[in-house]
Design a protein. Structure first.
Length: 281
């Protein structure tokens, strides 16, 4: 008789169990995301304020600078409102995500963060839940901004595909800078420091881009710097897909790829900031 071999678990009558690490991560991410969404529903003032400012910019800049398209060399199209809309969406995503770390600081001040970190909660889920929550807000706010722009007369030749690309670009931008904001919150643990850092980063990124003005009308060095600006990647990808019936898909996918890689790197680095926070607690 030929002996058969069995694994140690089977010989002991213990069935093999698949790893539950991935399931735990997804479950924890879903629960923590719902926690933040419920908080946003209970106190919607922050969400509204983050939306009001971009809408004001859309209304004011769209009217104040509508003749900029007549400047020789402007290559952004024949309608400034249409040119401006993707830039406003990216600005909304950037400024909103810069404040993402506020929720971490609130959890630290209430002792919630320490309890979460001493529980079986997956560290990656803590970070990803924050990024998903911010991305959901950006998704909803982007649709509202596009709706207002349409009511003001903007028409987008890119159709549904262009809208989807703009949404993807905005959410990737949100995820990137939400991760950066969360990391800053974990390392600094101070709201004032977070505010200072957000202003230091977001304002230069906004002006060193084509969000408000075609960079072909700016100094040459502005266009050179903008090529390495993640904010500009989101603006260019969204604008190219939204405004053109036949967009340059190579440019669109390249910029989206850069944004996705940028978001992954910042997400990984920000998750490691939990270790620094715990060591210095």
């Amino acid at each position: 008789m030929t002996a058969t071999t069995t694994s140690p678990d089977v010989s002991r009558g213990i069935p093999r169990r698949p790893s539950r690490a991935g399931t735990s991560f997804l479950r924890h991410t879903a629960v923590l995301t719902l926690r933040q969404l419920r908080a946003a529903v209970r106190v919607p003032a922050f969400v509204v304020m983050n939306l009001v400012q971009p809408l004001i910019w859309l209304l004011l800049f769209g009217q104040l600078f509508e003749s900029v398209v007549e400047i020789p060399g402007f290559s952004g199209g024949a309608d400034y409102l249409e040119f401006l809309t993707p830039g406003i969406v990216a600005m909304m995503a950037l400024f909103g995500s810069a404040w993402a770390g506020t929720s971490f600081i609130e959890d630290m001040n209430r002792g919630v963060m320490d309890r979460l970190l001493t529980s079986p909660t997956h560290r990656g889920a803590l970070m990803v839940a924050s990024l998903v929550y911010q991305a959901v807000l950006t998704f909803v706010q982007t649709l509202i901004v596009l709706g207002v722009a349409w009511l003001l007369g903007a028409r987008f030749d890119g159709g549904l595909a262009g809208v989807l690309v703009l949404l993807a670009a905005a959410m990737l931008l949100t995820a990137s800078f939400s991760a950066l904001s969360n990391a800053a919150a974990l390392l600094a643990r101070d709201q004032n420091v977070l505010i200072g850092l957000s202003q230091l980063i977001t304002i230069p990124l906004m002006f060193l881009s084509s969000a408000l003005m075609d960079t072909s009308l700016s100094a040459d060095w502005v266009a050179d710097v903008a090529a390495f600006n993640p904010f500009e990647w989101a603006v260019v990808a969204g604008r190219e897909a939204l405004l053109s019936a036949d967009p340059d898909w190579a440019t669109v996918w390249t910029d989206l790829g850069y944004l996705a890689a940028f978001a992954l790197v910042l997400g990984w680095l920000s998750t490691r900031a939990f270790r620094v926070y715990q060591r210095s607690a």
